[in-house]
Design a protein around this ligand. Sequence first.
Ligand code: GDP
Ligand code: MG
Length: 709
Amino acid sequence: MSKLRNTLNVAIVGNPNSGKTTLFNILTGLHFKTGNFPGVTVDKKIGKFSIGKDVTIRLIDLPGTYSLHPNSPEEAVNLNYFIGKEERDSADVILYVADSTALDKQLLLLHQLLELELPIVLALNMSDTAKKYGVQIDINNFESTFGIRAVAVSARTGEGIETLKNTIVTVATHPTDRIKDHTSWYKPELEPLIEEVKRRVGIENSYLALLIAEHNNYVLNQWLKEEDRNSIRLLLAEAGYRPLSRQIEETMNRFKIIEPFVEQHVKQKFDHLDITGKMDSFLTHRFFGPVIFLIITFIMFQAVFSLAAIPMEWIDKGFVQIGFYLEQVLPEGNITKLFTEGILAGINGVLMFVPQIGIMFFFIVLLEESGYMARVVFMFDRVMRIFGMNGRSLVSLISSSACAIPAILSTRTIKNRKQRLITLFVAPFISCSARIPVYTMLLALVVPNVYIWKFIHLQGLAFFGLYIIGAGMALFIAFLMKWLIKKEERGYLMIQLPSYRMPHWRSVANEVKDKVSSFIWTAGRIILVISVLLWLAANTSTSGTLKGVERKYTTIAHQQGLDAKATQILVASKKLEHSFAGKFGKGIEPIIRPLGYDWKIGIALLTSFAAREVFVGTLSTIYSVEDESQHKGLRKKIQEAIDIKTGQKIFNRATTLSLLVFYILAMQCMSTLAVVKKETQTWIWPIIQFVVMTGLAYFFAWITYSFFK
Ligand code: GDP
Ligand code: MG
């Protein structure tokens, strides 16, 4: 071990929120690859950087955990990593990251890691904040007491990073004497069990062997044969003790060492936890807490609407101008039309909603960064349990209001499998940003753009209502699933509330930028392709058909004495009706008639199954085709669309409300289904999800239409 290899493998370990990822990013300069840990769907980030000329570091970012007693597959990754045959041989140094403003709670995991025969470097992170709070840490004592080197760093300002790098190399070449304390966990009666595990797994470390035995459901599968696993379980039963009480005892013993150490060597001028505590007594108050949370979400939805209105108007008008201009400078013909009516209308349908989505993400990132989101988890844990979920589920559900995909991925942090399944099943009911464009457009048709009592924006309020309907349905289905799925593992919440901090504005800006641009690129690509295909489908048909339709209806218009404009509208709409798109829409019209939709909405519904936000783009393409002479904004066109047969507005109140209900409830996102399949490892759940959601959507849209008709 003392020989310096050219490449050192360094694992970053620490509690959640201690700044591991930020440190990882600053060390690797953001050059890394992500993959999955073997056997579990947990992100694995590996990056490389060099120190001096000779040493290359291969850095791995392990999932945050509070102790080596894993409670979820995600936390078990840490333990697996130290057992893992290939990985273990190559883990040369552990880089332990601790938040130096909350050291008393962050040293438990470190104290456990002392038992492993690996060199450890302690990064006392957030030294910038620590200075502000007047925290003083006597760094040398870590070496004399525990035999590890500590370095004060700030992953934010970059302070201490060079020293940290050098210390990693030093520790790898000259390991210090580890000072361990077996009394914290050692029980003589477990000796036979420990020896047996060591022999079967092929490891030498006794503490590790004990952890493997106790956590065999998360850990063993990967490394042991079935029979070996069983015999370990048998030995465990024979020893006749409960791992949980031993673990609690171990934890208390360790704190008996850690607490006096921190008390003696960490001095703090004034207690910032006091401020956090005072804020918490209000913000997580039994009554005020939930009320404040409701107010915050309410403000968020108000902002999404009122702040975004003006830039949205600019974008919509801007596109009309661009289209107008292009038609004048480009040669007349089908290619130009494809461009102005197909592509441009589609892009407008995406970009117009960027302000709203940006504001939404801004709020969510802000709440996470400031430390408030962790309180939300804590506050709503009990309530969420009524619905078969837990406090963490709420954060997944809230982030689902941006997009269901990251929300479903975030359910990995939910330990209990049943709670996790329920959460990822109902997450798509929460209205995501892709529904915002649809909601905005449809709401504008039925809800006036006014303020009540001068400050509540009525459309914003209605918008909030749509979210409530989706959330209500999510809870209702979750409640049903709680009774339907028979499987009881006890889940409990373990969370350390981070202290409140000012958000790092650059991180917030970056995060929002990333999320918005990924929305534009993922949604934009799909929308562009669909817009072009749709324009083609709306402008082509079996050979000769469209020419014939044009001749026939021009004649009819003449006979009826229609003026030029009316003639043109009649001809265009008849051509659309006989195009491929029209035939397609007509084909499904019988199915969607009961919901109040015509065949044109049918076309838009079908394209929505690729992604919901395509709906607005599709309608805009369809109505551009029909109404090409007028350069109106998209919303105006749709608002004024008339059903040729009845002479009534197509988007009347009943149809619009029914569509809104359909879009709240229907499962219309192929990417979400793909992610659910990936996370549950079976097609069963995405299929049930699709059938249940779309079935509910159809049913309630039908009720809504029948009621308002
Ligand atoms: P992880 O859960 O351990 O990966 O933690 P993150 O890297 O995601 O960081 C959690 C929070 O701490 C983020 O808001 C970071 O911006 C913040 N943070 C990380 N390192 C520092 C630091 O050195 N100083 C300060 N002030 N904040 C930091
Ligand atoms: Mg992280």
